[in-house]
Design a protein around this ligand. Structure first.
Ligand SMILES: Cc1cc2nc3c(=O)[nH]c(=O)nc-3n(C[C@H](O)[C@H](O)[C@H](O)COP(=O)(O)OP(=O)(O)OC[C@H]3O[C@@H](n4cnc5c(N)ncnc54)[C@H](O)[C@@H]3O)c2cc1C
Length: 379
């Protein structure tokens, strides 16, 4: 079955379930395009995975180190990430708090790192990712706080954002564009009737009628949503020092699954664990201690320093690990599956959904992520 192409709609009433990275970005794009948008969140807007994330915008590292090159959507995903990085860089500063693109650095410390770096460099041409090989001298000149390394890789397209400030900034811009916000009201269920959708049974008993519903609830569960809309939680735990950060890092530093960054709000952060199936937000002392220890091995000045903050968040992972962008049923649009890169991808997901609503179909570059794809089906 292929998704039927809808007729274009302008000036639609649109309800969005979930005010996280994807929901806020879609709400802003759709309100600015002239639609009457109601954004509904179960809790406080922007306080889900967007808030918990590291706020890295890392198309280079994520494509070359985290993407399975054998995945059927690997090339589409690499292109989507590159588009995301470029969109962030082009965005007005007012909508991208703390945005910086100093590049990502990946130190090479041992033979395993050398082998991984070799594989990454081999993938760079296929995925059209810019990457530079650095000597030990150049690496330490760029980031003097790093411990001993044989050299490193630099990803010039990678950067970061102040993800904790972002939610509030986008929310204010959305309100200024005429959008309505309903907070602390979980959408319990959605319904569609003859191409019309409605969000019903909000926790306060309200019902929101709309021409279209965008489901952007991360790992949230909503009755009436298609099963393929349900993303599984992959918990991530993180730690932070400061403010002020004990070490002034210029770049986002990546080593295997560990990353370190100095955030614009003055904290130094380290993350993250990756725990599929963990749906809670509790942190675990052993996992945090291991993060801390690994951070100290990478940046010796952090060794033995007690973190000032620890938290956990839930990455929404679709069945095939890829974003889900498009219409799943008449009037029901999905904007989810951001998984490891939902902050990086939020503006491109919003662009694709705005185009879908305006023209009746998603842009060519987003079509591989249709809810109709084979990777989302199966028992
Ligand atoms: C530790 C960690 C580090 C990360 N680091 C990065 C990174 O560096 N870069 C990057 O790009 N990505 C990163 N991510 C991933 C990124 O945070 C997510 O992919 C992204 O936030 C997903 O956006 P979302 O809008 O789908 O979900 P969220 O941002 O979680 O938003 C979902 C919203 O839906 C609401 N909701 C849930 N159920 C309902 C309901 N029934 N009704 C109404 N509202 C509901 C929630 O309250 C929440 O506000 C990280 C994630 C974690 C956990």
């Amino acid at each position: 079955m292929s998704t039927p192409v809808r007729s274009p709609r302008s000036g639609s009433r649109i309800a969005i379930a979930g005010a996280g990275a994807a929901g806020l970005a879609c709400a802003l794009a759709l309100a600015r395009a002239g639609h009457a948008v109601t954004l509904i969140d179960a809790a406080a807007p922007g306080r889900g995975a967007l808030w918990a994330s590291a706020g890295m915008l890392a198309p280079g590292f994520e494509t070359l180190f985290e993407l399975d090159p054998g995945h059927p959507l690997a090339d589409d995903f690499a292109a989507l990430c590159a588009r995301g990085g470029a969109l962030w860089a082009a965005r007005e500063a007012a909508l991208a708090p703390g945005h910086a693109r100093p590049g990502g650095l990946g130190p090479r410390r041992n033979d395993t790192d050398e082998a991984r770096a070799g594989a990454a460099l081999a993938g760079a041409a296929r995925f059209d990712v810019a990457v530079e090989r650095l000597s030990a001298h150049t690496l330490h000149a760029a980031e003097p706080a790093l411990g001993v390394a044989r050299g490193g890789l630099r990803f010039p397209t990678d950067g970061q954002i102040d993800n904790r400030a972002l939610g509030e900034v986008w929310l204010q811009a959305f309100r200024a564009a005429g959008g309505e916000v309903i907070a602390h009201a979980p959408v319990r269920a959605v319904e569609t009737h003859q191409g019309r959708a409605s969000a019903r049974a909000l926790s306060d008993g309200r019902r929101v009628d709309a021409d279209l519903i965008v489901l952007a609830a991360g790992t949230g569960v909503i009755d009436g949503a298609p099963a393929l809309a349900q993303a599984a939680p992959v918990q991530g735990q993180m730690i932070a020092w400061g403010p002020p950060a004990p070490v002034a890092l210029t770049h986002v530093v990546r080593h295997v699954s560990l990353y370190l960054a100095a955030k614009p709000d003055g904290r130094g952060i380290a993350g993250a664990t990756s725990e599929p199936g963990q749906a809670g937000l509790e942190t675990d002392a052993d996992a945090l201690a291991e993060l801390s220890e690994r951070a100290g091995r990478l940046v010796p000045a952090l060794a033995g320093l007690r973190p000032d903050e620890a938290w956990a968040g839930l990455r929404p992972r679709a069945r095939d690990g890829m974003p889900v962008i498009g219409e799943a049923a008449p009037g029901l649009i999905l904007a989810g599956g951001g998984y490891r890169n939902g902050v990086l991808l939020a503006p491109v997901i919003a662009d694709a959904i705005e185009t879908l609503v305006r023209t009746g179909s998603t842009p060519a570059w987003a079509r591989a992520f249709t809810p109709d794809r084979a990777g989302l089906r199966g028992g």
